[in-house]
Design a protein around this ligand. Sequence first.
Ligand code: AP5
Ligand code: ZN
Length: 217
Amino acid sequence: MNIILLGPPGAGKGTQASRLEQQRGMVQLSTGDMLRAAVKAGSPVGLKAKAVMEAGELVSDAIVSGIIGERLDQLDGGGGAIFDGYPRTAPQADALDLLLSERGKTLDHVIELSVDEDALVDRITGRFTCAKCGEGYHDRYKQPATAGVCDVCAATEFKRRPDDNEETVRTRMAEYRAKTAPILPLYEARGLVSQVDGMADIDEVSRQIAAVLDRAT
Ligand code: AP5
Ligand code: ZN
């Protein structure tokens, strides 16, 4: 099964995608993670993307659809893909249809995480991750069980994203409203969209997503 998790910055796409990966053997394809890895590696894509990401704007459609195509070629079939942060524009939605059909795959479900945008600024500016394994945490909603020690790998270093400041978050939200929200009706017309309450706590959101996917299988 191939699904899209759609929602504004901080809606919980990454949190839920990594749970689905662990629980269902699906593969998380996060264009944000792929671009951050490219920036860190200093690759040609990373050099182009760095300033755009730090400003909270969108990287070009050709770049992101190119990296998604490469990753789809590396998938072994298995449990399917979770698209996290992709597609984000109408041209990306068209590109995804083509990338999937060229590989004999289909898009089975679009899960919209509906959220209150004001709460998202608080979620994003409180977010941090383990510097070693990438496990996500939050100053108020998800602290490590032992303060300062990662629950998963016991590392003691954590990091914050350079685009997680309030000004950049506001730009990212404006980009979402202007360019990403308009693709939802296209998927609604195809009967693919289910709404999940992204304001519920993390476990409850996971339960709601599981219910949608179990109904769909
Ligand atoms: P990307 O990395 O995709 O960032 P984003 O869409 O802004 O999403 P986030 O990662 O901020 O949020 P999320 O929904 O994953 O929330 P999370 O689970 O972490 O993109 C970054 C940049 O890359 C873009 O701005 C753009 O420049 C570029 N880019 C990426 N893809 C692109 C594309 N396709 N086209 C063009 N450019 C692209 O949760 C947030 C926090 O809240 C965490 O701390 C978490 O613990 C907490 N939390 C999660 N769920 C809950 C809950 N239910 N209750 C309480 N807290 C919660
Ligand atoms: Zn860790």
